[in-house]
Design a protein around this ligand. Structure first.
Ligand code: UGA
Length: 435
């Protein structure tokens, strides 16, 4: 099948590459000429494990093309996926300018039946809006489908080649049968495809992300309570998660959820509710608890050191989670800003995300080329991202380099026994403080 993807951001690029890998001929359209040129030459514009190999393979096989020419791409293909940004507007609601702008162009340029598939995360009712914008520009028949994306950054290739489910919101039989065709390689292997109306599909995406944000936040509150009463959240987590109605995943407490999705989607769902006169009380509480959770360790560091004024704090990890260079809504940034405000200096280390942080914080902080250089002469270490290289450090080197043997761990990387064995002061989330 020939398919067009409009937008080569995270979702568009991964979707395009995946659909090419499944044997389709895919035209990825973007307005950014330089980006299109680089991708055509084989440069992947994002950091994502295992993507480059699949990307290059499909370019070489002449199944994956990049262009700025939407008209040409539309001529080639019956199905057009929209993978466009939906940034939060001032009130937190999703801004549909890009989605509706491209819908209008499609309406003007199309010369035969098209299925316009929305992959972007969009509020309930967007399919109707897209439909009416296109209908305002053409008399040619078309269908609008909602097909939300559930992949995680850092696992994009794994998630997109092996999705838990495929959700398709679609009111037309013609579109339904073409969508079934596109996803047949998956459904053939037993992956479920769930057809529903467009509104339910649009809401499924927000409900799924918001639920996961609530799940994490609930665990963060349980963790904070564990510390107060002397329980161990890791034990509670295992005990709870063993009930398969709860499950083990997304029960890891930490320094709050971040990234480009959960914070934005929780906010957008609250705002959508608000616009319909509905009050999402759980989501409002989740936002509030998460905001506090993000910097919960700064107070602990201050308490330990007496003051942050003039202290040097090392930060391991800047990305909002491991396996990505994405720093959007990363807890590391909230922590660093608060540390600087309270008079500390910060030396940070993150091999992958450093260049993105440099663009925002510049020389307000120092950047170390390795995890051990970051802690040289530091008064304390804060761990903000669960990069695998932090999991099994050389505690001997750490003890030599750190001024105080003090670790504040927002990701519960080490066992309490290990910290005890090496004589560290170790303050983590939801567990007894060692030392
Ligand atoms: C999330 C969803 O997991 C995807 O299913 C969805 O497709 C995606 O948003 C999206 O809407 O595009 P992502 O933002 O890549 O994916 O990251 P997650 O792995 O879900 O992590 C989000 C945040 O929660 C991170 O800050 C992470 O550190 C935190 N987290 C996650 C926890 O604090 N505890 C956990 O147990 C799990």
């Amino acid at each position: 099948m020939k398919i067009t993807i409009v937008g080569t951001g995270y979702v568009g690029l991964v979707t395009g590459t995946t659909l090419a890998e499944l044997g389709n001929e895919v035209y990825c359209v973007d307005v950014d000429q330089e980006k299109v040129r680089l991708m055509t030459e084989g440069t992947v514009p994002i950091y994502e494990p295992n993507l480059e190999e699949m990307f290059l393979r499909n370019i070489q096989a002449q199944r994956l093309f990049f262009t700025t020419d939407l008209q040409m791409a539309l001529k080639q293909s019956e199905v057009v996926f929209l993978a466009l940004p939906t940034p939060p507007g001032e009130d937190g609601s999703a801004d549909l300018t890009y989605v509706l702008g491209v819908a209008e162009q499609i309406g003007s340029l199309m010369d035969s039946y098209k299925i316009v598939v929305n992959k972007s995360t969009v509020p309930v009712g967007t399919a109707d809006k897209v439909r009416s914008v296109i209908a305002g520009k053409t008399n040619i028949e078309f269908d609008v489908v909602s097909n939300p994306e559930f992949l995680r950054e850092g696992f994009a290739v794994e998630d997109s080649m092996n999705p838990a489910r495929i959700v398709v919101g679609c009111g037309s039989e013609r579109a339904r049968s073409i969508m079934s065709e596109i996803y047949r390689p998956f459904t053939n292997t037993g992956i479920p495809i769930i057809f529903m109306d467009e509104k339910s599909s649009e809401l499924t995406k927000y409900a799924a992300n918001s639920f996961l944000a609530v799940k994490i936040t609930f665990m963060n509150e349980i963790a904070n309570y564990c510390e107060m009463v002397g329980a161990d959240v890791d034990m509670v987590r295992l005990g709870m998660g063993s009930d398969d109605r709860i499950g083990h995943r997304f029960l890891f407490p930490g320094i709050g959820y971040g990234g480009s999705c959960f914070p934005k989607d929780v906010k957008a769902l609250i705002e959508s509710g608000h616009q319909s006169g509905f009050d999402f009380q759980i989501l409002k509480a989740t936002e509030k608890v998460n905001k506090v959770q993000k910097t919960i360790l700064v107070d602990e560091i201050e308490k330990f050191l007496g003051t942050l004024q003039g202290k040097k704090i090392a930060v391991w990890g800047l990305a909002f989670k491991a396996n990505t260079d994405d720093i959007r809504e990363a807890s590391s940034l909230d922590n660093i800003r608060m540390l600087l405000d309270r008079g500390a200096s910060v030396t940070a280390y993150d091999l992958v995300a450093e260049s993105n942080v440099r663009k925002i914080l510049g020389d307000q902080i120092s950047y170390a080329p390795s995890m051990y250089e970051a802690i040289e002469n530091a008064d304390a270490l804060l761990i903000a991202t669960e990069w695998p290289e932090f999991k099994n450090p050389n505690f001997g080197i750490m003890a030599q380099r750190l001024k105080n043997k003090a670790i504040f761990d927002g990701r519960n990387m080490f066992s309490l026994d290990l910290a005890r064995q090496h004589g560290f002061y170790y303050n983590s989330i939801g567990r007894t403080t060692v030392g």
